[in-house]
Design a protein around this ligand. Structure first.
Ligand code: AMP
Length: 395
């Protein structure tokens, strides 16, 4: 696996694919600079070597050249995070860009305009990738958030740098973290899978079942399992076409000596609303007209015991509808247990869009070992897929 350490960037121009797809407010200010912060170590290492950086990214989903999606809006944010004045060029290919790159000196940073202003980017167009490739001596991929896409700048471009391509620090750390959980883990390994549906996590469950010792199931997917086992789930979220699959998963887990832990009690509500009436009941005895929206206290205690005896933890998906305070206790309780375990030396990896939002919201982000920056990309890695952006560097 080639990383930044395999290169000396002195007098080299590094063309870096970063993920600066950051949220902007109505005044076009960056409201969360996590992704810019995440790319900083790579950029600084190259500058300190005596190289220069050409940063390329997408922002949002523009249909054409739309100023709303211009990366010029983020120049001041990137400048502030890096502590280096960032230059900007209002295109990402062509003679103006090539000239700006030619004038770039060691220690300088140039940000290109939104790659997705060209439909060729998402189409993975080879000619477009070749145009981009003219801008650097070394290609560095540090965009984990888009590593599962075979776009021009994330994968196709790598063929124009047969020797001079590598992973940035962020992407390398993401790969190592997942590897630490799935392949080089200290046992017992516990995976906590929450979120809304079985169908979106099935690929992950199937891939990890042989690799982990415990799977904790939470969130909306609980009720498909409970119903499959003969429980009564009232109006809870359920995927009736996945009942057989749920039983198959339980059987496969048994064959592999993987313990699946299901919630034993639930906080139920008479409406999907923050001012609904609530009560706590056993998960398999939910009355008609009521729905399970969070784990109950007995479940949190039981899950915390499993976590306390784990050495490696993976958490993907909230245990309840954490966006509403009344149904956040399961997710908070689990976060506390993971934070405590991490303090005691356990490796904990949190990933997937909503769990990242939850750990940030409840202040757990710096109490776990690693918070992944990729939602879809992480899920695909957990499903055992080879991501195009990673494969292109390894080839
Ligand atoms: P996912 O994107 O699959 O990780 O799902 C995350 C979403 O699942 C969050 O928005 C939660 O509100 C939702 N969720 C968690 N538990 C439940 C539940 N018991 N019923 C309905 N939705 C849930």
């Amino acid at each position: 696996m080639k990383t930044l350490n395999d290169f000396n960037f002195e007098n080299k121009k590094a063309l870096i694919r970063v993920d600066f797809n950051v949220p902007l407010n109505d005044a076009f200010e960056v409201t969360d600079n996590t992704r810019i912060q995440a790319a900083k170590p790579t950029i600084i290492k190259i500058l300190e070597d005596g190289g220069s950086c050409i940063l390329m990214s997408h922002l949002g989903r523009p249909k054409a050249k739309e100023d709303n999606f211009s990366l010029r809006h983020i120049v001041s944010s990137v400048t502030e995070v890096l502590g280096v004045q960032v230059k900007f060029v209002d295109d990402c290919i062509g003679s103006t860009v090539e000239e700006a790159v030619a004038n770039l000196k060691s220690g300088e940073v140039l940000l290109l305009e939104n790659l997705r202003f060209y439909p060729e980017e998402k189409a993975g167009d080879v000619a477009f990738a070749e145009q981009l490739s003219k801008l650097g001596d070394v290609y560095v991929n540090d965009a984990f958030g888009t590593a599962h896409r075979a776009h021009a700048s994330t994968a196709i471009i790598a063929q124009f740098f047969p020797e001079n391509k590598c992973f940035g620090n962020l992407l390398a750390t993401e790969i190592e973290s997942i590897d630490k959980v799935l392949n080089n883990s200290e046992k017992p390994v516990t995976a906590i899978l929450g979120g809304a549906k079985v169908s979106s996590k099935i690929g992950v469950i199937e891939n990890i079942i042989e690799k982990v010792d415990h799977i904790i199931v939470g969130g909306g997917m609980t009720f498909t399992f409970i119903k499959a086992l003969g429980g009564t789930i009232g109006n809870s979220l359920v995927e009736d076409d996945k009942l057989v699959l749920a039983l198959e998963i339980l059987a496969k887990a048994k064959e592999n000596n993987t313990e699946i832990h299901l919630p034993v009690d639930a906080i139920i509500a008479d409406a999907f609303s923050s001012d609904a009436n609530t009560q706590v009941v056993d998960t398999n005895e939910i009355p008609d007209g009521w729905m399970g929206l969070d784990c109950g206290p007995k479940t949190v205690e039981k899950f915390a015991e499993v976590i306390a005896k784990s050495k490696t933890i993976l958490w993907n998906g909230p245990l309840g509808v954490f966006e509403m305070e009344k149904f956040a206790q399961g997710t908070i309780g689990l976060g506390n247990a993971i934070a405590e375990a991490t303090k005691n030396g356990v490796f904990s990896l949190v990933g997937g869009g909503d769990s990242v939002a939850a750990v940030k919201q409840f202040g757990f982000a710096d109490k776990v070992s690693y918070v992944s920056t990729g939602g879809g990309a992480m899920l695909e890695m957990l499903e055992g897929k080879t991501l195009p952006g990673i494969e292109a560097i390894l080839k």
